[in-house]
Design a protein around this ligand. Structure first.
Ligand code: ATP
Length: 456
């Protein structure tokens, strides 16, 4: 984290409040007082997350010939985590304060606040009494089976990647692949973070989207650069502003021991520039370690007898960090016709609801009948919403706040000539269209490339 965010940057509080108000995200177990930094997703949150996952899978798997999908178990054989190095090394340095009883990451003290008021950096006040740093393993432990006995200790996966490596041989044989090829997986990962926080940015359970791309060693550097560019392009195509994204390459000291090169794609969050996604060249570390620990040889053998252990390039991200970045980037407050509105200028493919169908007068049976018929038609293909409650202005504002890109309004003129009004979320432009063309209009609008009206 560095550099002060520009002043037009939305605060995290505004995002949290909108997510709460509109039912995207709730604090988890709220009626029991909540469980710190754990969240549940409401209707719009689920739809937005599904869209992010779907767009990722589309770019990674559907539109490519060289990547296949996988869904491995969350609880793997415990030896997997010995081989991967997580049992020994997946730790953060932890310090306790004997005075305020809080725990901090020793390497992130600059970003932390002590429990005493006025809050200072831990260690800064004379009262602070910090312990020596000790290593704390971030994996959640569990026991498998009815009897709690030695040998049944297992872990919730802290990353999805290892489930991919242990299936390398299956995919190589059954999907008849040859490097360069990749395996993509999305699913929950769990980390007992010492200092979770900043809303969804750092949570203890999150949904990762990881792809392991296996390549001939000589091509690793080239593919590593390729995936950094490719992933940056994905964010730009999904509406994030270029000025809010940057690539930060790790120097040798910062890199994990197995990494031959790592770049973070950083986003300018309200907390400053922080990792959105990591792209790493992991070399042959993982396949070699699993070969050693499992005694199953994980290598590529060509028809001409050529054999080698592929190198792995890994783009890894969580849906949570993407969602926060997209919400921050999309959030706008403006005054239109002397009225304030909050609007989420989300990419239409990410927006939870694609169109709202609104009869101008909710009590008009004729308008309601036409609107319901259009709603029934459109919902066959898209998530759309019907709303006939309250003043039309309020209904528009509600849709603006959840980022719905289009509203179709059925009014008096519809009853005469079967045309409807289309209101566009960002420009507020309105045009009329025959009701029979609404479905094709929406399909076309969603298929078109989209750039945020907020500029670069
Ligand atoms: P950080 O340094 O922020 O802890 P990391 O380098 O440990 O992250 P990786 O192990 O590279 O993260 O995980 C890959 C991706 O998973 C990250 O880029 C991020 O998008 C996501 N991620 C990791 N930890 C969390 C978390 N606690 N909450 C939400 N997303 C996470």
């Amino acid at each position: 984290m560095s550099e002060q965010p520009p002043t037009d940057l939305v605060t995290m509080d505004k995002i949290v409040s909108l997510c709460r108000r509109r039912g995207f995200v709730f604090p988890s177990s709220e009626i029991y007082g909540g469980l710190g930094s754990t969240f549940d997703y409401g209707h719009y949150g689920v739809l937005a997350k599904n869209n992010i996952r779907e767009r990722w899978l589309r770019a990674m798997v559907q539109e490519r010939d060289d990547i296949v999908a996988l869904d491995s178990a969350i609880i793997l054989h415990p030896r997997v985590w010995e081989a991967s190095g997580h049992v020994e090394g997946f730790t953060d340095p932890l310090v306790d304060c004997r005075t305020c009883k809080l725990r901090f990451r020793a390497d992130k003290l600059d970003d932390a606040q002590c429990g005493r008021k006025p809050s200072k950096r831990p260690g800064e006040t004379p009262d602070c009494d910090l312990t020596e740093a000790r290593q704390f393993n971030l994996m959640f432990e569990t026991t498998v089976g009815a009897v709690q006995e030695a040998g049944s200790r297992a872990f919730l996966r802290p990353e999805t990647a290892q489930g991919i490596f242990v299936n390398f041989k299956n995919v190589l044989q059954l999907a008849r692949r040859k490097p360069p090829f990749g395996i993509a997986q999305t699913g929950k990962s769990f980390r007992n973070e010492i200092t979770p926080g900043n809303f969804l940015f750092r949570v203890r359970e999150f949904e990762q989207m990881e792809m392991e791309f296996f390549v001939p060693p000589a091509e690793a550097e080239e593919w590593y650069r390729y995936w950094v560019d490719e992933r940056l392009g994905w964010y730009l195509a999904h509406g994030l502003r270029r000025s809010r994204l940057r690539i930060r390459e790790h120097d040798a000291e910062e890199r994990s021991h197995y990494s031959q090169g790592t770049s973070d794609i950083e986003y300018l969050y309200p907390i400053g520039w922080s990792e959105l996604e990591g792209v790493a060249n992991r070399g042959d570390y993982d396949l070699n370690r699993h070969t050693e620990f499992s005694t199953t040889k994980l290598e590529f053998v060509g028809q001409d007898g050529e054999r080698y252990t592929p190198f792995v390039i890994e783009p890894a991200v969580s849906i949570e960090r993407i969602l926060v970045a997209m919400l921050v980037d999309a959030y706008d407050e403006e005054v239109v016709a002397e009225r304030e509105r909050t609007v989420l200028r989300l990419h239409p493919q990410i927006a939870p609801i694609k169109a709202a169908i609104l009869p101008l007068i909710g009590k008009s049976e004729d308008m309601v009948a036409k609107a319901r018929a259009l709603y029934e038609e459109l919902r066959q293909r898209h998530f759309v919403e019907y709303d006939d409650g309250g003043a039309i202005g309020r209904r528009y504002r509600r849709q603006d706040e959840i980022g719905t890109p289009f509203a179709f309004t059925i009014d008096d003129q519809t009853l005469e000539d079967d045309t409807i009004t289309i209101r566009e979320r960002d420009s507020l432009a309105q045009e009329r269209l025959p009701i029979g063309e609404a479905s094709a209009y929406l399909d076309d609008a969603l298929a078109r490339p989209w750039a945020t009206p907020k500029g670069d």
